[in-house]
Structure formats: structure tokens, C-alpha cells
Design a protein around this ligand. Structure first.
Ligand code: F6P
Length: 324
């Protein structure tokens, strides 16, 4: 296999707090390995359109504490086409980039796999998404920060919910996954969570109402995953089916993605960055760096993006027991 002398790094898809800590880590670990580092701006879009700059150790100074991504990010339609990937590969050739390190979620890693297969490029994926929905890793960069942000918001919502005796449906992100909703519900002491993983056979709303939560409490908070109409859908149903209740909706939106990364995310991102460079040094390719039981592991990208990450049923049980 060709010796690696130059790596390209990019962030793609939705930004996540901790991505900057990871960019810093990949850059410095690569320079330590004696490699050149090219930063690619605006994800796959920037690779197609030649938005590339060489990074030094100073390029990543004072970024570990910052949210977002200094490399910027994009969702690229053009990269989904073979022509787009061809252009991206030509940019790699122009700068002599031997391998790519890609920080992002499911879609970003699917893109990484496509270019790796078509052009025989070594690619290492780093899970960076607030959704925590990549198979094979306990955590993704940004998830812990987003979870803490949500909990802080729900604590505030509870003050007004209690004062007015209201039911609040609080909608959180997660795309098709309920990790943010389920765990923020536990952490904020909410009465219920409505998540995609638990929606197959039971009506979660009817279940919540029928358990008589309102008999013992004057206010309730229900965390709802954004999927299928989200909080608005459930609020409307309650207004129709149980008009006696005073119902409000709060959609947290993109504020969940912003802010300083937590210490957990900074450490995770720093470990992932170094591990991605170690993986390339060992000759690994087309894998995603992962963490399981606090140990770094490598998962084939194909598995990480194809298999649905299950939610631990124990979490559902914990919330249900504690919300009586
Ligand atoms: O994947 C991260 C995420 O924040 C999802 O939770 C959400 O569904 C999506 O991105 C929103 O994307 P955008 O910022 O492009 O609207």
C-alpha cells in the first residue's frame, strides 16, 4: 500500500459541538506523524470546488472550546453523483492527498465509503453528530453537549409548566433516532418520551395519558423526537382528545447544535482524532473510529452506516418507572 505523506480533513453534514476539538486533534496528530495536512472547507462540496488550505499546528490554536466547525460544513447534492465524486478525487490528486479523514454523521460517512470504493482511497470516518445514531460506537461527537443543552432548556420550561399547570411537548432533534429525546427525558425528570424506536405497536401518547400521570401531577413534560410531525402533532391530538388540558409546544431547534462542547465531547473528539491517525499508520482503511466501554475500536464504515443502532430498552424502562 502507498505510504501516506499527506492527509485531507473535512467536516460534513450537520455541525456538532466538539468537531473543532477533533480537527485540532487530527491536525496535530498528523503533523506529529510527519505528514502534511490539508483542510478542506465546506465538506464534500469544498472538495469538489477546490476549497483547500494547508494547516499547521497554529491553524488549530484556540479552537478546542468552540462550537460549530471552523472548516464549515455543507450537505452536498453534487457529491451524491459519480461526476461530483470524480471532481472531488481530482482535487485530491491536485494536492497529493493520500488519505481522507472525514468527521460527520451517517450521510457523510456514506459519501466517504463511496469515494473510497470508486477511487481506492483510504478513508477514516470519525462519528460526529448530535444524533448519536451511528452503529458500533457508544457515543458520537456532539451528542453529550446537545444532551446537556436540552436538559438546561427543559429545566427552564419546567418552571413555567409548573407555574401554569400545563402539559408541555418539547421537540428535540435526532432525525430518525430517539437517543436525545429518551436520555434528556431521564436527565430532566420528564414524564415521558415519544421516540421513533418505540412507536411500532403501541400508541405512546395514549399510553402516557392512560397511565394517569395527570392524576398525581398538575404539569407534565413530554420529550418528543422530531420525526413524523413531532411535538405539534401530539399537542394537537391532546387538544382534540383531552380538551381539559392546557397544552403548549416548545421546539428547541438548532440551538441544540450550538455552544461550547462539554469536557466529555472535547476528550472524545481528541481521542478520536489521534485514533484516526493511528489507524492510518497501522494501514487501516475504510473504518470508522468508535468508542465502546471507554475503549477505542474500529468499525467498518459499511457496518456503521447500514445497521440501525438500537436504543437500550432499559432506558425506556427507567423513564417509565421514574415518572410515576
Ligand atoms: O443530523 C443532525 C441534525 O441536527 C438532525 O438531528 C436534524 O434532523 C438535522 O441535522 C437538521 O439538519 P439541517 O440543519 O440541515 O436542517
Amino acid at each position: 500500500m502507498k505510504e501516506i505523506k499527506t492527509v485531507g480533513i473535512l467536516t460534513s453534514g450537520g455541525d456538532a459541538p466538539g468537531m473543532n476539538a477533533c480537527i485540532r486533534s487530527v491536525t496535530r496528530a498528523s503533523i506529529c506523524a510527519g505528514w502534511k495536512v490539508f483542510a478542506i472547507y465546506r465538506g464534500w462540496e469544498g472538495l469538489i470546488h477546490d476549497e483547500v488550505r494547508e494547516f499547521t499546528t497554529e491553524s488549530v490554536s484556540s479552537i478546542i472550546q468552540r462550537g460549530g466547525t471552523i472548516l464549515k460544513t455543507a450537505r452536498s447534492e453534487e457529491f451524491r453523483t459519480p461526476e461530483g465524486r470524480g471532481k472531488a478525487y481530482r482535487t485530491m490528486q491536485k494536492y497529493g492527498i493520500d488519505a481522507l479523514i472525514v468527521i460527520g454523521g451517517n450521510g457523510s460517512l456514506a459519501g466517504a465509503q463511496a469515494i473510497a470504493q470508486e477511487y481506492d482511497v483510504p478513508v477514516i470516518g470519525i462519528p460526529g453528530t448530535i444524533d448519536n445514531d451511528l452503529f458500533g460506537t457508544d457515543s458520537t461527537i456532539g451528542y453529550d453537549t446537545a444532551l446537556n443543552t436540552i436538559v438546561e432548556c427543559v429545566d427552564k420550561i419546567r418552571d413555567t409548566a409548573t407555574s401554569h399547570d400545563r402539559i408541555f411537548f418539547v421537540e428535540v432533534m435526532g432525525r430518525d433516532a430517539g437517543f436525545l429525546a429518551q436520555n434528556s427525558a431521564i436527565a430532566a425528570g420528564a414524564e415521558a418520551a415519544i421516540i421513533p424506536e418505540d412507536s411500532t405497536d403501541i400508541d405512546q401518547l395514549a399510553n402516557f395519558i392512560s397511565r394517569g400521570i395527570r392524576k398525581s401531577k398538575n404539569s407534565s413534560i413530554v420529550l418528543v423526537s422530531e420525526k413524523d410531525g413531532g411535538a405539534m402533532h401530539y399537542a394537537e391530538r391532546v387538544r382534540k382528545e383531552y380538551p381539559q388540558y392546557d397544552v403548549k409546544v416548545s421546539i428547541l431547534g438548532h440551538l441544540q447544535r450550538g455552544g461550547k462542547p462539554t469536557a466529555f465531547d472535547r476528550i472524545l473528539a481528541s481521542r478520536f482524532g489521534v485514533a484516526s491517525v493511528e489507524a492510518l499508520k497501522e494501514g487501516q482503511r475504510n473504518i470508522m473510529v468508535a468508542i465502546r466501554n471507554d475503549q477505542i475500536e474500529y468499525v467498518p464504515i459499511a457496518r456503521a452506516i447500514k445497521i440501525d443502532k438500537p436504543i437500550d430498552r432499559e432506558l425506556i424502562n427507567v423513564l417509565s418507572i421514574l415518572s410515576i
